[in-house]
Design a protein around this ligand. Sequence first.
Ligand code: PEP
Length: 250
Amino acid sequence: MRRPLVMGNWKMHGTRGSVRRLLKEIAVAGESQAAEVVVCPAFVHLQQALNLCEGTAVSVGAQDCSHMTAGAFTGEVSAEMLLDLGCRWVILGHSERRQYHGESDDLVAAKLAAALQARLLPVVCVGETQEEREAGEAEYVVSRQLRGALEAQAGLQQVVVAYEPVWAIGTGLTATPAEAQDMHAFIRAQLGEIAGADPDAMRVLYGGSVKAANAAELFGQPDIDGALVGGASLDANEFRQIVAAAGGPQ
Ligand code: PEP
């Protein structure tokens, strides 16, 4: 049985004030959900988020980490630093990192190795662009990204995969539940072919304009184990409804 997971990717949004207001409503002491809930604020807000989530069922993750462990790498943050701070999770290979920071499959693989070594729980993002989908290359691209990141790594059981079609991120367009399910089933089959992973025990999240209105239908698909939520995770009410759709309070 895979426990649903709902992660909020806050991207480069927020102030100390908005972090406090959001978490006051999302991270409530004594409240637990059937779904595991994680928020991923910007690096500068991690400590504050960790303080505010203490004693609640909400965990905190980062949006990226370095592929290096330590050294003269100005501006970088290592997986060990995140773990030392108290983070449990890290998002890797988000399409915005691939697009705006030129992250290759090899770099994502190196970051995954660093995260696994530090015993962080990684969420590896994969997904095709609109052009790739129209060219019939969606599965090829997703398979290349998956294998590029995961093959030859140890400890894959801890890895979560997020399928995020690039054309659905922040656009208001969502893959239909059937389209998303098809790709999730394909991803699970690919995971089965990657040595060392038991695909039925691994969680595959959907991401791309998930909101309260479409969450339940997506979560109703057998291979969709939760969501990586961007825009809607900045609205506490919307985010709480998505969490509820993934299983509701316990
Ligand atoms: C994301 O950035 O991971 C994402 C899914 O964004 P949005 O929900 O805004 O499409």
